[in-house]
Design a protein around this ligand. Structure first.
Ligand code: GTP
Ligand code: MG
Length: 348
């Protein structure tokens, strides 16, 4: 087993390379939201994994990109800060679909040697020389001729030193254990910080908001997924056997047209989003959930620092538990006491 080890590991990389898929594979639970839309993840999300006697605090982060809005800047800063604070960085890149054109090989024929993505070069230069870094090449299932991967690894290792290079297919859970093994070796010795059952440090209400957003990412396209923010207005978790978890959430969009798309003809899009999100929250909590959704327009919220803070980005936001109502007493007709952080007391 070796000595007890514990530390944090930031999963860093461009959008859409499979960072959240990797976190979920390591946890064997779909905690972090995943979609084919770039910039799915907006916060640093901790998942606690284990390998041998090591406790690995894996931090999923937003994909680093050229920010065009205040939200983008906040997301990039979140990822950079996670990398700075972590004991180890897992740098994820993905292999292209066969024949896929990339920024740096536009006019090249298929099958030419794979090269590091131009964006990866910039990002790697930003990671401190002294920071132990593991390179993860994800989506190896997309490359039929595995002989093409070796020269790519060689090209990457010329860019900086890596403690290990691990080709994986996160979606198929291939190679993920090896990533955890390699990470574990690099963590400092020390006692574990979380209980054996702890999967994350975020409250359920955070994931309730995420799972609503996830279903919107699946149900809509173009600019709508990017223009959506979810806030939890009410979250009531009664004692076991005392009824369903009650979640009221507001979906903010930037324009009336987006609101119309999201609601859909006769409310069918919103209804589907609600049903699927409810199932995801039920899976996480193991409880019945009652989910109510509202949609409102907050013009250009992604550009305004203040709107961002109010919607939970770049401040405490939903990472805290403010507004969460904890039922510590038996539930009669009234709710029990609200939490100590000034949570609101609500009438039923
Ligand atoms: N073929 C293949 N697709 C994968 C693999 N891993 C992830 N994907 C897909 O890649 C897309 C992006 O995955 P995410 O995990 O959301 O990527 P991300 O890096 O977290 O993206 P952002 O949160 O936007 O930064 C999804 O459609 C995944 O299903 C893999 O091993 N093989
Ligand atoms: Mg992600």
């Amino acid at each position: 087993m070796g000595p007890s080890r514990s530390g944090t590991v930031a999963i860093i990389g461009r959008p859409n390379v499979g960072k959240s898929t990797l976190l979920n594979a390591a946890l064997e639970h779909p905690l972090s939201i995943v979609s084919s839309t770039p910039q799915t993840t907006r916060d640093a999300i901790l998942g606690v994994a284990h390998s041998g006697n090591a406790e690995i605090g894996l931090l999923d982060t937003p994909g680093l990109h050229k920010a065009r809005s205040e939200l983008g800047r906040v997301m990039n800063e979140t990822a950079r800060e996670a990398a700075r604070a972590a004991d180890v960085v897992v740098f994820v890149t993905d292999l292209p679909t066969i024949g896929e054109r990339r920024a740096n090989d536009e006019d090249e024929p298929r099958g030419r040697p794979l090269e590091p993505h131009a964006g990866d070069k910039t990002l790697l230069a930003d990671i401190g020389e002294g920071k132990p870094t593991i390179l993860v090449l994800n989506k190896i299932d997309r490359v039929a001729d595995k002989g093409r991967i070796l020269p790519l690894i060689e090209a990457f290792t010329k860019l900086r030193e890596f403690a290990a290079v691990v080709p994986i297919a996160a979606l198929k859970n291939r190679g993920v254990d090896r990533v955890l093994d390699e990470v574990a070796k690099l963590l400092p010795e020390g006692p574990h910080r979380y209980g054996p059952e702890d999967m994350t440090d975020r409250p359920v209400r955070f994931f309730a908001a995420e799972y609503v957003r996830e279903q919107i990412l699946h149900a809509t396209s173009a600019e709508v997924p990017h223009a959506v923010a979810i806030t939890i207005d009410r979250f009531v978790e009664p004692l076991e056997g005392q009824g369903a978890v009650q979640v009221d959430a507001t979906i903010s969009v930037e324009r009336p047209g987006q609101k119309r798309i999201l609601i859909g003809t006769g409310g069918e899009v919103l209804k589907r989003v609600g049903t699927q999100a409810r199932l995801r929250i039920e899976e996480l909590t193991g409880r019945k959930v009652n989910l109510k959704l509202w949609v409102r327009v907050v013009p250009d919220w992604r550009k305004s620092r203040q709107d961002l803070r109010e919607l939970g980005y770049g401040g405490a936001g939903l990472s805290g538990e403010e507004g969460t109502i904890r039922i510590d007493a038996e539930l009669d007709d009234e709710l029990g006491e609200s939490d100590q952080d000034g949570g609101e007391q609500e009438d039923q």
